[in-house]
Write a protein of this length. Sequence first.
Length: 414
Amino acid sequence: MTAQEPLAIGGTTVRNRLYRAPVLEGAGDGEAAADRYARQFVENARHGVGLIIQGSSCIFPEGRTSPGMTCVDTRVKTMRLAPMVDAVHAEGASIFLQLGHGGLYSMEAWHEPYASDRTSPLLAASPLPWYLKPMYAGNDVHVLTTDEVREMANRYGDIASWAREAGYDGIQLGSANAKLLDQFLSPFYNRRDDEFGGSFEGRARVLRLIREAVAERAGADFPCTVKAPAEVAPPGFPRSTVEEALELCRLVQEWGYDAVTPVEVSVFPDTTLSRGGIPDSLWKNPGMATRLRAAAPRRGRRALLKAGSWWGGRTAPFEPVWNRSLFRRASALVDIPVFAVGGIRTKAEVDQILRDDEADMVGIGRPFYAEPDLAAKILDGEPGPLRCRNSNRCVPAQMLGMKGACYNPDVRKT
């Protein structure tokens, strides 16, 4: 297959095989959110990208992992994004809405001004294991009951119906990167003894309920896609394995999902998720340093956040196409479309993945910050690397709620 070929995903046909992978745009949760998304997405669509996946939007008023995230917890909030969706469609692209919740890593757990204003506890999939308790000393943590898990699944269905009404072409579940759904999937977090714990299929059962709720409320033909994580954890600690990630790919096909994105992730939401350089902008960029001091007034907390960023950059340097073995194996296993993402940076890589049937759709994320028109370069341009240097200097901006943009001065000079 070639990048220019269209692809059917459930009831939607995407015009080509290149998608903008979900990253945070810093659009926030106010009335200006639609305009802020449009400034990014319309330009991407105009230059030929087939599909845009809008980075994680939160299903509850609390649970965002960044002040720059958008909430879609009501119909009104979801519908306010409709003009942006229409503008993307006018340029010929499709757009999916990624839905999620930070769970234990909601900003109410680490961003002190938000923690002080919190009106409800942090949500958790399971009682905290011993090795996480020190991190949450003094935090009010609520483990979702069996009935509340079912209610949460219905919430996904409701928001999917609002998303369809707003014109979105489908949804993706934010079920990786240590978010709440990943916390259900992962034995590192999930110690439940009800139907949503225990066995691997029990831990994954929440995804089955969500798919049923989306079909019931938004229609069975409304595309619902999902991530399947394989985890990296400290030695000796439980994690979701590669084999479990592949089994999850098989299960979600059985449960009616329309596409799957297999990814290797850390059990922690650190910069190993984005593989690249040390994000030194967290302490070198004056604006980010100021925001970090506001988020973490205590010096010890700031030091911990900086150390985590430094460690992630040191231990997970950039690696081209780092999920290749995972998405290649998934493509041989399932019949639904498999999305490839992670370290894909050249036209040659995109073309090779599709030519060799290693995946059905190829995603690029953060490089769009540096090159809003890069879809034209990938689809029609000359081979060569993108401008992105994989410095990770954009990652702290995502965390702190700043505009999604390239913060590497060396790239901006070129």
